[in-house]
Design a binder for this molecule. Structure first.
Ligand SMILES: [Zn+2]
Length: 142
């Protein structure tokens, strides 16, 4: 799942929207299914290129349930399995831990994964810290 911050060019409203993938966003946009939640205008654009990672129970995503999504979700679950087996989970401390590894040249056998905001990911990338953003599916999210 990818969250985009969208802006309405018609009324200036900022709002968040969830998509299964960046490709799905492009498709929905093309089909004119992405509109402002305030004024329904179709003049909606992404404000950030960096999506954030979904791994939080606090935010309930809007999910487009279809066959394509199930297929994407299974692919994501395969990634997650790999990551869980090969990376250490650091939760909300992701940005902090990533920096401490980067600046202290700590030797680690395992990479780390966790939650970060789009802003944190952007900052890490600007500091030259290798950070990948992947979509994330919660276990109880069917
Ligand atoms: Zn609007």
């Amino acid at each position: 799942m990818i969250k985009y911050k969208l802006v309405c060019k018609n009324c200036g409203n900022f709002f968040d929207s969830w998509f299964a993938s960046s490709k799905e966003y492009e498709n929905l946009k093309k089909l004119k299914h992405v509109n402002c939640d305030n004024c329904n205008s179709l003049k909606v654009e992404k404000t950030l290129m960096t999506p954030s990672i979904l791994n939080s129970k606090k935010e309930k995503p809007v999910i487009y349930k279809n066959k394509k999504y199930t297929k994407i979700k299974n692919t994501i679950k395969e990634y997650q399995k790999f990551i869980k087996n090969n990376f250490e989970y650091v939760g909300e401390d992701f940005a902090y831990k990533a920096r401490s590894i980067h600046y202290n040249n700590k030797e680690r056998s395992k990479g780390i994964y966790g939650n970060a905001t789009a802003k944190e990911v952007k900052e890490l990338k600007e500091e030259g810290i290798d950070t990948e953003v992947i979509p994330w599916v919660n276990k109880n999210d069917n």
